[in-house]
Design a protein around this ligand. Structure first.
Ligand SMILES: NC(=O)c1ccc[n+]([C@@H]2O[C@H](COP(=O)([O-])OP(=O)(O)OC[C@H]3O[C@@H](n4cnc5c(N)ncnc54)[C@H](O)[C@@H]3O)[C@@H](O)[C@H]2O)c1
Length: 360
């Protein structure tokens, strides 16, 4: 199997703890050939931990041969500019999310990819979460009926004071974490073109001026309404997923679900009765029936691993396996550019509705 040679920009939580870790787990497919990090301490760390060439600036890669793909895990505000520059200098790029500040800037990246003919990927690895894939299978199986509403809640209680709390850094919770969850929402809605966005943002526990609370209601004809919440001030988070359908409901996390549903064939068809309800003695009645619910559960086969670690690793590995097959054989890849563009438009609309929050 051909190995892809990878250079990584940034040796932080993403470049080190996600990309380096995942690539080391796929030694048949990938080889890390070098790093870029502007921070002197991180450069020392790379030499010590990885024993690979390290450069302070990505432009040092220009002219180098044998690099199949550059992972752009730089600061979010630099993603678009660096990705474009890399492609214009002949490199294929995998950009961390958010791939750009907004849809307009993202379009310039897509234009550069088209013009240069270089391969360009965005790291939306949450699409490959085993739990999210299972959730889609359950929905497609039809037992829940038509999906009316989907709740996605990614909440915790956590204060934050780093560069990702500053709106001007292409940050704030919607750009930091939102690309994954908005992607999930749009996947479940079928990536509709005519989407309506209603968004409320607030700031509770971020030191910078970015939002740390974002509530998005997304709706489109023929799609379930999505209620997406990202919060840093919820010490009592409930379920990550909450799906409501015409025949049942589902709740759960990335690694465990419960769902219950009734079977329409086991009950009478719903028929309107406009008379005041009564029993055989003409006493008033409430409109009630006993539906025979079936309940099922699913637990990911995590093999004794920490559920979060299991999910985070599996979705990352699945992403990279898919990228490898696409890169070398042109196999279909789940993450399409136009889907990421729609995601950017949704997040842009949400920010536009909350401009006042970002006044310095
Ligand atoms: N997909 C995911 O699940 C995921 C998770 C974490 C972070 N990220 C993304 O990864 C990106 C990096 O975040 P992080 O958490 O790793 O940040 P970090 O602060 O932990 O580390 C960033 C590192 O990159 C280096 N760096 C940044 N820009 C550089 C540049 N232009 N040239 C050279 N070095 C540069 C910094 O010196 C630092 O060492 C962000 O855009 C973030 O949104 C994605």
């Amino acid at each position: 199997m051909k190995k892809l040679n990878i250079a990584i920009i940034g040796y932080g939580r993403s470049g080190r703890d996600i990309h380096t870790r995942l690539l080391k787990m796929l030694p048949e497919q990938f080889e890390i050939c070098g790093y870029v990090d502007g921070d002197a301490e991180r450069q020392e760390m790379i030499k010590h931990e990885m024993n690979k060439p390290v450069y302070p600036d990505y432009t040092a890669l220009f002219g180098k041969t044998g690099i199949d793909l550059v992972v752009n895990a730089s600061f979010s505000g630099e993603h678009a500019r660096i990705s474009k520059d890399l492609m214009e200098h002949g490199f294929n790029v995998l950009s961390e999310k958010p791939a750009a500040r907004d849809a307009e800037e993202f379009q310039t990246v897509l234009d550069a990819a088209k013009k240069t003919g270089k391969k360009y990927y965005t790291f939306q690895q949450y699409r490959f979460s085993p739990g999210f894939i299972k959730l889609q299978e359950i929905i497609a199986g039809g037992v829940l009926g038509r999906i009316v509403a989907v709740g996605i809640q990614s909440d915790n209680f956590a204060r934050r004071w780093d560069w990702q709390t500053i709106h001007e850094n292409t940050a704030g919770v919607l750009l930091n974490n939102g690309p994954h969850y908005v992607d999930w929402a749009l996947t479940l809605m079928g990536f509709p073109g005519d989407i309506e966005v209603y968004a409320v943002m607030d700031r509770a526990n971020y030191a910078g001026n970015g939002e740390d609370y974002a509530k998005l209601i997304l709706r489109a004809p023929g799609a379930p309404v999505v209620d997406l919440e990202l919060s840093a001030s919820n010490a009592y988070p409930t379920d990550l997923f909450h799906v409501q359908g015409t025949q049942g409901s589902l709740k759960g996390s990335e690694t465990s679900f419960t769902w219950k549903y009734f079977k329409p064939e086991e009950t009478s068809a719903l028929k309107l009765d406009t008379r005041p309800l009564r029993n055989e003695k003409c006493e008033p009645l409430y409109c009630r029936e006993k539906l025979n619910f079936y309940e099922e559960t699913w637990n990911a086969d995590i093999g004794g691993r920490n559920p979060h670690e299991y999910d985070f690793t599996e979705k990352g590995l699945a992403y990279y396996r898919g990228l490898h097959a696409n890169f070398l054989n042109g196999a279909d890849f789940a993450i399409k550019h136009e889907q990421v563009l729609l995601q950017m438009k949704v997040m842009g609309a949400a920010h536009a509705q909350n401009k006042k929050l970002f006044v310095k």
